[in-house]
Design a protein around this ligand. Structure first.
Ligand code: MG
Length: 218
């Protein structure tokens, strides 16, 4: 699947870039023993990382510590470059719920050596994605409860109001570097409570006004 599907009307968009923010919640930065950023921390996943609802996450055999990260995802609806914060919401087609699956041991090793995160963040099935809802289905994207359960146990539970950079700032910043296009996905960062997953685990994510996403770890 390289498409983002919308619940209503059965529309779908071909996914282009997947741009992701790191450390966009202060409590998550703290648990990673990292500073809260003053400019966004950005990395990419390829569109082949997408996994549809009900799918199975396949952890590469060399990883010893795969982690879950639940995130609100912004679906870009139109092309833009150097978008001003005031115009940013016009570029939002809708919202979805995603998991930024992370090979934490691989990422830690990369950080230590000053190497890129592409393997730790971009492997196949590293981006489970829910169906999207249109922008007008969400009254305020900066006030949504977001949570993740693993085998029924609550692991992550926060609200998008805790994001350091809000959607207009994220879009303005990213579009100063990358031309944004319809079908690009913006993973907006994870709240605290990230942790390990194991073979056979069931992950159930929820985002207020958007919906739920259930996937399993193979
Ligand atoms: Mg993340």
């Amino acid at each position: 699947m390289n498409r983002v599907r919308f619940k209503e009307g059965g529309r779908s968009l071909s996914v282009g870039k997947i741009l992701c923010l790191g450390r966009n919640y202060p409590e998550h930065a703290r648990e990673m023993e990292a500073e809260a950023p003053t400019i966004p921390v950005v990395f990419l996943k390829p569109s082949t990382a997408l996994l549809e609802p009900g799918g199975k996450i396949v952890i590469p055999s060399f990883c010893r510590q795969p982690h879950h990260e639940v995130e609100m995802v912004v679906v870009v609806g139109k092309t833009g470059k150097d978008i001003r914060p005031d115009d940013a919401m016009d570029h939002v087609e809708g919202y979805a719920l995603g998991l930024d699956m992370t090979l934490r041991d691989v990422q830690m090793e990369a950080k230590k050596k000053g190497l890129p995160w592409s393997v730790a963040k971009g492997f196949d099935t590293s981006a489970p994605l829910s169906e999207a809802v249109p922008r007008n289905a969400v009254r305020n994207p900066h006030a949504l409860d977001i949570s993740l359960r693993v085998n029924g146990a609550l692991r992550q539970n926060s609200n998008t109001r805790n994001m350091i950079f809000g959607i207009p700032e994220i879009i303005a910043y990213l579009s100063s570097i990358f031309t944004l296009e319809a079908g690009d996905l913006l993973f907006t960062g994870t709240p605290e409570g990230v942790g390990p997953v194991h073979h056979g685990d069931t992950l159930e994510a929820s985002l207020e006004s958007v919906g739920t996403l259930t996937v399993r770890v193979e």
